[in-house]
Each structure stands twice: as structure tokens, then as C-alpha cells.
Ligand binder design. Structure first.
Ligand SMILES: *[C@@H]1O[C@H](CO)[C@@H](O)[C@H](O)[C@H]1NC(C)=O
Ligand SMILES: *[C@@H]1O[C@H](CO)[C@@H](O)[C@H](O)[C@H]1NC(C)=O
Length: 344
């Protein structure tokens, strides 16, 4: 019948000594060597206190249906424009040109968060007009929830100019988050929950693209439209509108944040623990000091040291109880063990 191990336990050997001995001093030195160098290594090797960390999250983005578009129709400074701001449209006068617009936002992977905005805009033009450049501004509401709750209003701005008049412009890009400082790890962060364009203002300066971009770029948290490959198509047929097709994706972002107190402590703790290598060998070293044994508790002097050392060697040399041996053999070996410990 085959034997298998059902239970095992280590035997503990205790060495006692009084406080003012070389053994105690040695133990203290060993303890210091065990704890202090690893702490120094962990502390001096940078990144002991975690300053910044990051996580991934797909933002909740909604197009706010606010649009401002300016198209240069000649190289002499003529332009047509259109916006969703009534005050601006009133100020535009004859330059106002109402396009046909269709907007669609889609949740492609059905996870409850929108992934793609498709905007199609057809700008009617007179036969004498050509489009040389396009400026387009769209506003979004942008929200993050995983660590701190971030609520902000942001924009996407794109501008493209060509020396050759175009018939169509195709833009396909991503709305990327730009952080100047890490976000807090919790709480509500809504200082940028303010309109990017003040649509209630009757003054032209509120709709000046330069002013809008300047105050927007002063923020620590912004979104930018990353569109590396705009496609400008030339050759517009007479009487047909200028077409603007825009696709904007809302990708998963890697967001930097400042870790909280407990996360910082956790990482410092992990580093200290992982650089400490030999924590359990100190006990067996104290037996080197023959004076360690208090008087009366056994043979004193060099003889005691010898016998202790001898027992250690005998313990380590003793063949282990074989699992294949009989129960009687195992019992014998166990009683021999007990006798050894009694001698000690
Ligand atoms: C953000 O602003 C919008 C509109 O101004 C408002 O409805 C909303 O309650 C604000 N959210 C927070 C968290 O301040
Ligand atoms: C923006 O970041 C700078 C540091 O880069 C900081 O001093 C300033 O307080 C931040 N502003 C806001 C409104 O958080």
C-alpha cells in the first residue's frame, strides 16, 4: 500500500540568552542588516513614493450640436460662414450661408458609450465662389467616471487650407484627451464644465476663433481632434455644393492621475518587502556564542557549543522518514525525534 503525506510541520528550536550578551548584539546587528539596506535600496532607487499612475477608460462623449464653420471663398478674404449660435448668425449678414447638415452618433460595440460621430455638411455655393479653406469648430461634453468624476465641455477644431479650390473635404480622426497635470484620484472635477463658446453673448469677440482657442488652450485638461490625414478633393462641378464629411472617434484613453494616500503606502510597502531577501536565517546564527546559555540550564562552556553544533549536524544529516517505510518505522523515527528534542 502506498503512503502519502497527510500532514507536516516544522520543528522549532529556541535558543535563550540574557540581554547583555554578544549573542544579543549579534542578533541586533543581523536584524539591522536585514531591514535597513533593503529599505535604502528601495528608497534610493527612485519611485519609492508613487507620484503618478494611470488607468484606461473610454470617456462618455456627447456632441453638443454646437458648430461653427468658416469657409474662405476667395484668396482676397471673402468668406461664408455658418454657426448654431443665433447672435453670430445675425452678425454675419450676407456672409451667412445655411448648409444641409446631417449628424449621427453611434455606439459601435453596444457598450452604452458612443464611439463614432459622423457629420456631413453640404455648403451651397454661387457659381463664382470656390472654397480655399475650411475652419470647423465642434463642441462636446466629455465625462470620465472611473477614478475622479470629470465633467467638462470641450471642443474639436480643425482647419485646412489649400491653394487649389476644393470640392470635398474628408476628415477622419480621433478626439484625444490632453492633460497638463494628472487628475485627482477621486472627487468631482468640474472646473471646466463651462461653455467653450459663450452662445448667449451678443458681442463678436465671443465668437472670434482666436479668442476661443486662446482661452481653451489655457486649460489644464483639453481635447484635441487628431486628424493626421485630411483628404482634400478638387474639381467641383458647377452648381454643386462643397461637401464636408467628418468622422470623429471617441477612443479609450490612458488617463494619468495622482494616487491617493493608501495607494502610495501600498506601493512603498511592496517595494520594501520585495527587496528584503533573507529574513528567516537569523535564529540559527545565535548558537555560535557559547556564553549564550543562561547558567544552570545545561552544560556550559565550549562543550555546550560543541554539543549544539553536533545536534544541528545530526539533525540535518539524519535521513528523512521515507514515505515508503512501514507505520512502525515511522513511529520509531518519531519517538527518536522526541528523544533528541528532550536531550536539547
Ligand atoms: C455641467 O454643466 C451642465 C450645463 O451647463 C449642467 O447641466 C451640469 O449639471 C453640470 N454638471 C456638473 C457636474 O457641474
Ligand atoms: C493647471 O496646472 C498648473 C500646473 O501645471 C497648476 O499650477 C494650476 O493650478 C492648474 N490650474 C487649475 C485650474 O487646475
Amino acid at each position: 500500500m502506498a503512503f502519502y503525506e497527510v500532514y507536516s510541520h516544522p520543528a522549532v528550536i529556541r535558543y535563550r540568552t540574557s540581554v547583555c550578551t554578544k549573542a544579543t548584539l549579534f542578533l541586533v546587528i543581523v536584524l539591522c542588516l536585514t531591514y535597513i539596506p533593503p529599505l535604502l535600496v528601495a528608497f534610493r532607487s527612485q519611485g519609492f513614493w508613487l507620484k503618478q499612475s494611470s488607468y484606461e477608460e473610454q470617456p462618455v462623449v456627447r456632441f453638443q450640436y454646437q458648430t461653427l464653420m468658416v469657409a474662405a471663398t476667395s484668396t482676397q478674404g471673402d468668406y461664408v460662414a455658418w454657426s448654431t449660435f443665433p447672435h453670430l448668425n445675425n452678425m454675419l449678414g450676407p456672409s451667412l450661408r445655411i448648409p444641409a447638415v446631417s449628424v449621427r452618433e453611434e455606439d459601435l460595440n453596444q457598450d452604452g458609450k458612443l464611439d463614432l460621430l459622423t457629420l456631413q455638411l453640404q455648403l451651397p455655393l454661387r457659381n463664382t465662389e470656390e472654397v480655399y479653406s475650411v475652419q470647423l469648430l465642434l463642441t462636446f461634453s466629455y465625462q470620465l467616471f472611473r477614478m475622479s468624476t470629470v465633467v467638462m465641455q470641450s471642443l474639436a477644431f480643425v482647419q485646412l487650407a489649400s491653394p487649389v479650390p476644393g470640392a470635398r473635404l474628408f476628415l477622419s480622426g480621433e478626439l484625444r484627451l490632453q492633460q497638463r497635470t494628472p487628475l485627482p484620484h477621486r472627487g468631482l472635477y468640474s472646473i471646466y464644465n463651462v461653455s467653450v463658446v459663450d452662445g448667449s453673448s451678443p458681442f463678436a469677440s465671443a465668437y472670434d476663433l482666436e479668442n476661443i482657442v486662446r482661452s481653451y488652450q489655457a486649460r489644464n485638461l483639453t481635447t484635441v481632434l487628431s486628424c493626421p490625414m485630411p483628404v482634400w478633393t478638387v474639381g467641383r462641378a458647377a452648381g454643386s455644393p462643397f461637401e464636408l464629411n467628418v468622422e470623429i472617434r471617441y477612443p479609450v484613453e490612458v488617463i494619468a492621475y495622482r494616487p491617493g494616500f493608501w495607494e502610495t503606502i501600498k506601493f512603498a510597502w511592496i517595494q520594501t518587502r520585495s527587496s528584503r531577501r533573507f529574513p528567516s536565517q537569523r535564529g540559527s546564527l545565535t548558537c555560535c556564542d557559547p556564553a549564550a546559555k543562561p547558567p544552570g540550564s545545561g552544560p556550559a562552556g565550549p562543550a555546550a557549543a560543541e554539543s549544539t553544533a553536533e545536534v544541528l549536524i545530526r539533525l540535518s544529516d539524519r535521513p528523512a522518514v521515507r514515505a515508503s517505510g512501514s507505520a512502525e518505522q515511522a513511529e520509531e523515527a518519531m519517538s527518536a525525534d522526541r528523544n533528541w528534542f528532550r536531550q536539547l
